[in-house]
Design a protein around this ligand. Sequence first.
Ligand SMILES: [Zn+2]
Length: 438
Amino acid sequence: MITFFREFYMYFKYALDGLTNNPISIAKKLKESQYWDRMKIENYQLKQLNNLIVDAKKNVKSYQREKYKNISTFKNLDSFSKYNPIIEKEYIRENADFLISNNNNKRFKHYTGGSTGKPLSVDVSELAVAYRIASHIRFYNWWGINMFDRNVLIWKKRKQKKSMRSFFKKIELKLLGRLELDVFNINDRTIFDYFNKIENFKPKYIRGYKSGVFELARLMEKHNLQFTNSKLKMVVVTSETLFLQERLFIEKILKCKVANEYGAADGGLYAVECPDGSLHINEESVFISSDMDDSAYSTELFNNTMPLINYRNEDIVVFSDRSCSCGRNLKVIKEIKGRISDYILCSDGTKKHCYAADLILENIAAKYKDSITQFRITQINYKLKIKIIPGNNFVKELFREIESEIFVEISKDLEIEFQLVQHIKREKNGKLRTFIRK
Ligand SMILES: [Zn+2]
């Protein structure tokens, strides 16, 4: 009942925020379109892409450049992926003004975290924002819960000075049934307080950075804390690569299933995981393709305010050609391997994606239970510095095993240095990167 009132409240709040297309109404339509057959989905996407191109060529300077001269509408999605010029992140940074439409529609500013030190600001149309929220609403619905159920968010909590605004924000969080916890502040000292807060709050779900949720689970296990009041229905992790062992660990400690979410402030809510374990693309609002190197290109279909058409989002994404047992016909992503810039540079000039090194450490963590809690690899020239937070069963012989795996899988010319640490520092945006190249 309370959830119903929250939904009711949000319906009006969305309208007040300037969303003339209400996400709650769109979500109802999305429940049907997920079962459309492939041909209907693809025809729909093609139509929206063509509408976006026509609109962009008319209203956006960037799409009036010479290279778009011969681009008109496309006959199929393949030719769109193949022949449409791409938009790079660097181009957006340098030419943001040329990408903004003169249609004067309402726009919402979104910022990407800037974990590489280069933040990006993108304007999103109100319809695209509404679709992002609607796709979220549908996602929770797949898991038998309502997005407006009580929830905990583990995030970079914005520090707010005491003001009328922060006062209303507090009231709104209460109304929304949300408890926000600061990802920077989860540690051995605060875990008891965090745990009690969650227990008293009794959330239906927890959402947060994967590393934040993982840290919560790790500290709960370490201090022998178990939820008795809180009966979680799901945990949503986002923003960082989720490895199988981490998923299994979180599921064991928090006693519920983990669902992965893949999105970006600049590109939209790309894909969300269904209870049958497939990461389905939100194809009604996003089109994603990839090239030979699995580099992903996205187009948010309804962002005509700052259209990023065939946008190279710098992620490495592998698609699956299988359909999902859940019956939804939305295309499935098999694997997200992280960012294209996260590669290990070998002395012969070859580049190996850091995912290969991540997997070596993850596999060892899985093989020897409670050996590696967390790690970070930093490349400086041809040296890999590997910081490890050791688990109870860590033994120094593992160094040799990791080293020999790296020599076989990546390169034998790399120098490797290990360091056991108690803490690994997060980025400014609260995320925890497993690989950094200096
Ligand atoms: Zn599915």
